[in-house]
Write a protein that binds this ligand. Structure first.
Ligand code: NAP
Length: 266
């Protein structure tokens, strides 16, 4: 039996790795797809396989999300296509190089893709979602959002942005029919590592998950309505405790008087 039609999912960074697995899984769930990335050949090969296997409509949108024009073309699609019900902000790059050894222009390009493009695409999608009273956004963050010491600090900072932005979006829009999920993958077996300059073979196999397992677990979290999903964290209570402590502190962070521990010594 064919699954119920769920609208269209627009997935960025769909030409490989995590994005390509989302494409396949979401098509099987009943979404038509808009696949975004730079590599047309890889997108076309994936689209052809998914169409054959699922009979879903798959559209390609070749765009460089590190360039203003590329982002604008995807923003236009999100604004104009009222069938879009799910945005998966997945495209991203990272590196492990320390700050002093990193080229600041490369860091800036990373922010353009990981932060600016993700933000602009969200802004493009949300008004339509609000007017239709529903819409879903999956933002691919990373465990380095919580552990910025692990890889390059600009990468960690960019993924911390994705987490905080997602939490704020859910807070603002959750009551208006919009659902947001931030996914924090640990090390995942994709081209990400080679592209970032640290081949996968250099990692301990015990900490590396397949992209298929990562996405399937993230979709279980999505189905459960989780705002934050960390597929590789076995002890979920650790996240609950961390998040509980953060929320408990959030009302205590502003005051008209400095904390006594900062009193000037007389
Ligand atoms: P990947 O296989 O290298 O995929 C990256 C995707 O982003 C590709 O489809 C790539 O396609 C696209 N992309 C890169 N630059 C782009 C640009 N300028 N414009 C448009 N698309 C662009 O790596 P992945 O692991 O699946 O990465 C997906 C996401 O997961 C990223 O946000 C990454 O930060 C996050 N993540 C990965 C890991 C991991 O260990 N792999 C862990 C945590 C989080 P084209 O080259 O065709 O443009």
């Amino acid at each position: 039996m064919n699954p119920t039609y769920l609208g269209t999912a627009l997935i960025t960074g769909a030409s490989s790795g995590i994005g390509a697995v989302y494409a396949e899984r979401l098509a099987r769930r009943g979404y038509d797809l808009v696949l975004v990335a730079r590599n047309r050949e890889r997108l076309a090969a994936l689209a052809s396989r998914i169409t054959t296997e699922t009979r879903r409509n798959v559209e390609l949108l070749v765009a460089d999300l590190g360039e203003k024009g590329g982002v604008a073309s995807v923003e236009a699609k999100l604004k104009d296509d009222a069938t879009i019900t799910l945005l998966v902000n997945n495209a991203g790059v990272g590196t492990h190089t320390p700050l002093v050894e990193s080229d600041v222009d490369a860091m800036s390009r990373m922010i353009d893709l990981n932060v600016t493009a993700l933000t602009r695409l969200t802004y493009a999608a949300v008004p339509g979602f609000l007017s239709r009273g529903k819409g879903e956004i999956i933002n691919i963050s990373s465990i380095v959002a919580l552990a910025p010491e692990v890889l390059n600090g600009v990468y960690g900072g960019s993924k911390a942005y994705v987490l905080a932005f997602s939490q704020s979006l859910q807070h603002e829009l959750g009551a208006k029919g919009i659902r947001v999920q931030a996914v924090l993958p640990g090390a995942t077996a994709t081209d990400f590592w080679q592209t970032g300059g640290l081949p996968l073979e250099h990692l301990d196999k015990a900490i590396v998950m397949s992209a298929e397992n990562m996405v399937d677990a993230a979709l279980v979290g999505f189905d459960r309505g989780e705002l934050v999903t960390i597929p590789s964290l076995h002890d979920g209570d650790k996240w609950e405790a961390f998040e509980g402590a953060r929320r408990a502190m959030s009302n205590l962070l502003s005051s008209n008087a400095p904390a006594p521990r900062y009193a000037q010594a007389r």
